[in-house]
Design a protein around this ligand. Structure first.
Ligand code: CAA
Length: 265
């Protein structure tokens, strides 16, 4: 499936189960206009439709990337700024939709990843970047703060001092430093980036999809809640997974010393 929305290209590879969303405003460094925010949500919905009528889970991973050579996303569109810019006028922002999307979303970052662009990457499950990418919260230079929880999320990943440094100074940091601080998960040479991302993603798509989805929910619960609530939630997810065909297949494959074939059932 290949579909061109106004500001997002959507594609889906039936063979691998990988969907790709390309933010497509390269002349504005993929800055988040209201249209782009809406198209990210629409693109995710189109990809989710691939599961309809499938035997199990068809969509196994989503890659979110930026078009052009310079940026993943340079943040909110400064031309069209308003109080909606923390995510749009709807109650559920594109950040919420990515975070709650059942399938893992991988941010593939090559270039600037700033402001709302960094918050978009933080909403994703993994952040993979080229060595030349840079990260930052420049909002302070506009007299505002990252409006979509950027300070909250970086505090969880890297601690409050790093979050405050990024948001108070507004400077860009390198991919290497972002990785050292736990903000980015992997940094790759630019030449090898596409292959490395493909390998990372294919490592994910072969895993039992329902277990992967439950793990995403568990991590989300851990970030949003206290430990006791999180432990209770995990126990409930665990019992649900024990009753799946994928669990039976995994156990049978182990006993028979073969690779399992997971369908997401
Ligand atoms: N919104 C709108 N347009 C943007 C943009 C943005 N955030 N960032 C870059 N652009 C546009 C530029 O205006 C320029 O357009 P023209 O060619 O029409 O002049 C084009 O993209 C290329 O940008 P530059 O010429 O500036 O490229 P550069 O390589 O010299 O600099 C940059 C790159 C350092 C990223 C610089 O563009 C910059 O500082 N951009 C602003 C980044 C920013 O402040 N982001 C945070 C926005 S606030 C936010 O994100 C908070 C929130 O969600 C609520």
């Amino acid at each position: 499936m290949d579909e061109s929305l106004d500001t997002v290209l959507v594609s889906y590879d039936e063979e691998t189960g990988v969907g790709t969303l390309t933010m497509n405003r390269p002349d504005a460094l993929n800055a988040l206009s209201a249209q782009l925010r809406a198209d990210i949500v629409a693109g995710l919905r189109l990809l989710e439709e691939q599961n309809e009528g499938a035997d199990g889970v068809a969509l196994r991973a989503v890659v979110l990337e930026g078009a052009g050579e310079k940026a993943f996303c340079a943040g909110a569109d400064i031309g069209g700024f308003s109080s909606d810019s923390a995510g749009g006028s709807s109650d559920r922002t594109h950040y919420d939709v990515i975070r709650d999307f059942p399938t893992p979303v991988i941010a593939k970052i090559d270039g600037y990843c700033l402001g709302g662009g960094l918050e978009t990457a933080l909403a994703c499950d993994f952040r993979l970047a080229t060595e030349d990418s840079t990260f930052g919260f420049p909002e302070v230079n506009l007299g505002i703060l990252p409006g979509a929880g950027g300070v909250q999320y970086v505090t969880k990943l890297a601690g409050p001092a790093v979050a405050k440094e990024l948001a108070m100074f507004g400077d860009h940091i390198s991919a290497e430093r972002a990785a050292d601080e736990g903000i980015v998960d992997r940094v790759f040479d630019s030449d090898e980036f596409d292959d490395e991302v493909e390998e990372f993603v294919s490592g994910l798509t072969g895993q039992a999809p329902l277990a992967v989805q439950a793990i995403k929910k568990s991590a989300q619960m851990a970030v949003q809640s206290g430990l006791n609530e999180g432990l209770r939630y995990d126990r409930q997810l665990f019992v649900e997974l024990l009753n799946t065909e994928d669990h039976a297949e995994g156990a049978a494959a182990f006993a028979e010393d073969r690779d399992p074939e997971f369908e997401g059932k």
